[in-house]
Design a protein around this ligand. Structure first.
Ligand code: ASP
Length: 240
């Protein structure tokens, strides 16, 4: 890999970006390892080191998986020789990991999550383009202080606002009401907004939390059931 001024660590965790169709499995499964992904990138990118942390669809993640990711990312950004971290991730729960990292990993170094909507065996696989853009953002001095961001489809989205909006479209990651904080155009990283960031003390993740989405016809028994299960708190997604 070509050597630039910055050193970026690419941590891989699986997802469609690492998947290929497998006839025996009857679907796409994570098969591309970190080295294969890195080897497929063009020369001339910032210096990279790759590490495979896990290789799973993100819908299989648990709170323990998130803790493992959070610990590794926090340790890497604390290293003096590291300028930024890229995390490849399944898109299904990517926004949750991004928000966790944004809220709990202190420091100015860019943490960039990316993924793909099409598997490596699909026509129009965009995983390498997304990975290349993510590496550029992680190495960019102007991305310092942005917190954790999500880079897909050449857009840079703040973890605080981004959400997956479509099951198949490569432009799925959007920040409704806010828009992207920047773009990647060729090798240029353009940042147009810097959202305020709040970093919380890390005390681990509380597993006993209920999540209830309110809708017409939902009765109090859903909340009572959650409380009867001994949850320590309930998040209510309320009506407008
Ligand atoms: N099921 C995949 C995952 O979240 C979807 C994707 O990566 O786009 O791991």
């Amino acid at each position: 890999m070509a050597v630039g001024a910055s050193r970026v660590i690419v941590l891989t965790t699986g997802g469609t970006i690492a998947m290929r169709y497998d006839a025996a499995a009857g679907g796409a499964i994570p098969t591309l390892g970190a080295d294969e992904l890195a080897a497929a990138l063009p020369a001339g990118l910032p210096e990279m080191q790759v590490e495979e942390l896990i290789n799973l669809p993100s819908s299989h993640f648990t709170l323990e998986t998130l803790q493992v990711i959070r610990e590794r990312v926090a340790a890497l950004v604390a290293e003096s020789g590291v300028d930024g971290v890229v995390l490849t991730h399944g898109t299904d729960t990517l926004e949750e990991t991004a928000y966790l990292l944004d809220l709990t990993v202190p420091g100015e170094k860019p943490i960039v999550l990316t993924g793909a909507m099409r598997a490596a065996s699909d026509v129009g696989y965009e995983g390498l383009a997304n990975l290349q853009a993510a590496v550029r953002v992680a190495a960019a001095p102007r991305a310092q202080g942005l917190g954790t961001v999500v880079v897909l489809n050449d857009e840079i989205h703040a973890a605080r606002y981004v959400t997956k909006t479509h099951t198949l479209n490569p432009a799925t990651f959007q920040s409704p009401g806010w828009g992207p904080v920047g773009r990647v155009e060729g090798d240029a990283v353009i940042v147009v907004r810097r959202p305020e960031r709040q970093v919380l003390p890390w005390r681990g993740l509380e597993p006993k939390v209920g999540l209830l989405k309110l809708a017409v016809g939902l009765e109090a028994d859903s909340l009572e059931d959650a409380l009867a299960r001994g949850v320590r708190g309930v998040v209510l997604e309320a009506l407008g």
